[in-house]
Design a protein around this ligand. Sequence first.
Ligand SMILES: C[S@@+](CC[C@H](N)C(=O)[O-])C[C@H]1O[C@@H](n2cnc3c(N)ncnc32)[C@H](O)[C@@H]1O
Length: 247
Amino acid sequence: MTTLSGPTNDLLHKFPNLYEQVFSISTAPTCIELFQSVAETLPRSALDIGSGPGRELADLAEMDIDCVGVDFVPMMVDYARTNYPKVEFVHGDMREVRLNRTFDMITILGACINYMLENADLEKALATVMAHCHNDTLVIVEPYNTSSFVGTRTPPVEYVIPDGEFKAVGRAEYEWLQKDQVIHRTRTWRFSDGREDIQDSYHQRLYFAKELEYFFEKNGFRVIDTVERQQSAVYDKSLFLLATPRT
Ligand SMILES: C[S@@+](CC[C@H](N)C(=O)[O-])C[C@H]1O[C@@H](n2cnc3c(N)ncnc32)[C@H](O)[C@@H]1O
């Protein structure tokens, strides 16, 4: 069995086209709906941090929004540049990247914020967000909906790459590093065409909604709202935190 490990080195990050097949629903319409629940217009510009394959920004660019994406994994940036040439994609780390401009909307979607394992990492990421805000910027963050993982529920155990070139099912097992609020996922992919299994793994920090709100308020933001939406076929309800700089 081939093993892939590292914080963002799982199968779907190495092959962004597979990521797009598993997470097939764009979050762009939800972002526009949330933006318009606060502002009456469309954003003129959007920064997506942890932009991954780039689909959300491609959808926003179709609405004539000036879009920039930042991602840490070179394969994701290369894929996004090749597939969505209307959008600028930058290779960078959300803890330190500076583009020297501001945006009307800044998004961190698809649990990217959960790669911030330590409080200090999260605060660096929030400083990056703040560095790209003007007074009216709306920040939309989609962390894991941690509350939906506790009690009788669990994080997703099955990920499906649907029929295409091949079909694959990834079965996930989780270990909780409770003291650190870190979840360690090990996922084994079985392929329909008989190729060798692949096992991948990653670590992510779990933040409860109120905890994330606290960090935003502490780092100069005003939290406008935290809302739930049924966004993805993979996760139970997704959580969206809306914030703006405190002026
Ligand atoms: C699960 S994907 C989400 C992609 C996309 N935002 C979506 O919602 O479908 C997480 C993305 O976060 C990126 N990422 C992880 N750590 C990062 C960091 N420190 N800075 C920027 N991007 C990061 C990964 O490379 C990956 O593309």
